[in-house]
Design a protein around this ligand. Structure first.
Ligand SMILES: [Zn+2]
Ligand SMILES: [Zn+2]
Length: 354
């Protein structure tokens, strides 16, 4: 634990009191093997209330003290081509992988001015170029903590892979990300949603059905290729969404095989550096489009918040665990499967449930 003085807020900055900070699989990897040498306050899925706002910040952003907001982890320049296109998640100013001076919540050194660049803390600093979304005052805090996985579901399934009316979809992995894809696909009108998992995932697979999956497959007990062929009348699926963690190359190979004869789409995460024996011939013969899972857009965040506010799905069943600010290591371990049972989504509540 470290303490920093509350920063002096400039005219174009603001201070957020963090209410809930969600944890995802990236946190597990970054905590295990930090990629940034300096101290980093992790926590990149943040919701809270603005408690101090400089006059320029309030005028420029339309947000002021007392507003409850979801803060995207991107802190873009808002001047480059990507930013003008609205695709600020690709802006170099927030790309910590290629730019050592980048700003991104949860990935930025606390040695930088204002220090408070992560959500596992009582407060977060908001510069003029933070990207904010309004969160309804009556949305329970745990639900507010899952805006990010839900927005990824909308971005990847609907916008990247074109899932819509009558789509047949295979979602691999029933974790928070896979289940969020199920919700997005269901709402968009997919006619067949198939979710794979292992015996360990029994509770999560049952939850997938509650959220709208039509079929679930235990990959250890059944042959996925045969099952998907049976379920789709031999046709195969239109879209495969790989939301597995640590499963290596097998889910991608399987996904390419169970896609329809021509013109399917597969979304991949790319955990591994290399892909030996990649089936490039089969992929090109089937005319498959491969999309990369790369975060969310402004629109998908707005839709995720609307989804949460609508209460159309029992999304509270995703929010399985919360931890205090002094329990962050345990919270991260539970997301990584080293602790706790039937974990789906975990949040840190820096000030508790009050
Ligand atoms: Zn994340
Ligand atoms: Zn930019």
């Amino acid at each position: 634990m470290r303490e920093f003085p509350l920063p002096d807020i400039p005219a174009d900055g603001a201070l957020l009191r963090v209410e809930v900070a969600g944890i995802c699989g990236t946190d597990v990897k970054m905590y295990d093997k930090p990629r940034i040498a300096e101290p980093v306050i992790m926590g990149h899925e943040n919701v809270g209330t603005i408690v101090r706002a400089g006059p320029d910040f309030a005028r420029r952003k339309g947000f002021g003290e007392g507003d409850r907001v979801f803060v995207e982890h991107y802190v873009p320049c808002l001047a480059c081509e990507w930013c003008h296109l609205g695709e600020y998640r690709h802006c170099a100013a927030t790309d910590w992988r290629s730019n050592p001076d980048a700003r991104r919540y949860g990935y930025t050194s606390a040695d930088n001015p204002y220090h408070l660049w992560g959500g596992f803390a009582g407060y977060l600093y908001l510069p003029w170029n933070a990207v904010l979304h309004r969160v309804p005052a009556d949305l329970p805090m745990e639900l507010a903590g899952i805006v990010t996985p839900l927005s990824n579901g909308i971005e990847w399934a609907l916008f990247d892979c074109g899932v819509g009316y009558d789509s047949r979809v295979l979602v691999q992995g029933p974790g928070q990300q896979g289940l969020s894809q199920v919700v997005a696909c269901k709402q968009a009108g997919a006619s067949q949603i198939i979710v794979t998992g292992t015996a360990r995932d029994a509770a999560r697979l049952a939850l997938a059905v509650e959220l709208g999956a039509d079929h679930v497959i235990d990959v250890e007990a059944e042959d996925v290729r045969t099952r998907v062929a049976d379920l789709t009348g031999g046709r195969g699926v239109d879209v495969v969404l790989d939301c597995t963690a640590g499963a290596g190359t097998a889910p991608v190979v399987l996904g390419i095989e169970v896609l329809k004869r021509r013109g399917g789409t597969i979304l991949i995460q790319g955990e591994m550096d290399a892909f030996p024996d990649f089936p490039v011939k089969l992929m090109t013969e089937k005319g498959i489009t491969m999309r990369s899972a790369r975060g969310h857009s402004y629109r998908s965040c707005e839709l995720a918040i609307a989804q949460l506010a609508a209460g159309r799905f029992p999304l509270e069943k995703l929010t399985t665990h919360t931890f205090g600010i002094d329990e962050v290591p345990a919270a991260i371990r539970s997301v990584g499967g080293q602790e706790g049972q039937d974990v789906v989504h975990v949040s840190v509540l820096p000030w508790g449930k009050a």
